[in-house]
Design a protein around this ligand. Structure first.
Ligand SMILES: Nc1ncnc2c1ncn2[C@@H]1O[C@H](COP(=O)(O)OP(=O)(O)OP(=O)(O)O)[C@@H](O)[C@H]1O
Ligand SMILES: [Mg+2]
Length: 251
């Protein structure tokens, strides 16, 4: 598979704290890659470097390279808004805007210049269908997004991310605040999305990583310990620290 993301000797510092240490990896296109590892090992930090969300945190400094589709995303001529359109993100807590369901989805496309009502209607419908929420909300698109259940809100956030047609979807523990049935729905959804999108997900749930990802990367203290095909990493880990973690001896 073609790598769409190429990370080369990436170091990230929060002021003097060295949070990512010489991280290098290739992330394949149109596949699901899972980041696992104990709390504080740098999973969210690395995820945020992929759409420059870390730009918003003062005192952050990076060294090394992140290339997406061959472009160095930290070079001066990269437009961060365009990058974030290409690389969408879904967070742990569903965070819909306090607007209608429709306006949540139409927000990004409007921001990028779509004004035509029929076109917006089409984007809203397609995005909600892709995130398997359409049937549940199609009759009350004007209702506040905040009236939806947690699981529905998270599918709305996924639809909102898809509405601007990203190539890559970053998910940071996107199911950890949800009940088991909503979690399963999102897992099924993510598996369907992988044919069209590159998905990078952080999860604390190793069963989830094993169930749905094609590749898994295990982090410890800001370093990549092991990255492999998910089946291989969980069945025959090469590093004893990976084995200890996946067998539940720490973390
Ligand atoms: N804004 C920040 N300022 C300073 N230090 C930070 C900041 N964000 C994260 N860190 C530190 O960087 C390290 C990595 O944090 P990060 O949030 O990436 O870990 P994580 O693997 O996502 O953990 P968790 O599983 O708990 O979400 C931690 O030691 C954390 O305290
Ligand atoms: Mg995190």
């Amino acid at each position: 598979m073609e790598p769409i993301i190429h990370i080369d000797k990436l170091n990230l510092y929060y002021s003097s704290y060295h949070a990512l240490k010489d991280v290098s990896m290739d992330i394949p296109e149109k596949a699901i890659t899972a980041f696992i590892g104990p709390s504080g090992c740098g999973k969210s930090t690395l995820l945020r470097t992929l759409n420059r969300m870390n730009d918003m945190i003062s005192g952050t400094r990076i060294e090394g390279k992140v290339q997406i589709g061959g472009t160095d995303i930290y070079s001066e001529d990269v437009h961060v808004e365009a990058l974030r359109k290409q690389v969408g993100m879904v967070f742990q807590q569903p965070n819909p805007f306090p607007k209608s369901i429709y306006d949540n989805i139409a927000y990004g496309p409007r921001l990028h210049g779509v004004r035509n009502k029929a076109e917006l209607d089409h984007i809203v419908e397609t995005s909600l269908k892709q995130s398997v929420l359409w049937e549940e909300v199609k009759n009350f698109l004007k209702r506040s997004a905040l009236s939806l259940s947690g699981g529905q809100q998270q599918r709305l956030c996924i639809a909102r991310a898809l509405a601007v047609q990203p190539d890559i979807l970053l998910m940071d523990e996107a199911t950890s605040a949800l009940d088991p049935i909503s979690t399963l729905k999102i897992e099924e959804l993510v598996q369907e999305l992988k044919d069209k999108y590159t998905i990078v997900m952080v999860t604390h749930n190793m069963h989830q990583a094993a169930r749905i990802s094609g590749r898994t990367v295990f982090f410890l203290n800001g370093e990549v310990v092991e990255a492999d095909d998910t089946k291989t990493l969980f069945s025959t880990p090469q590093d004893s620290r990976t084995e200890d973690y996946i067998s539940g001896r720490f973390g």
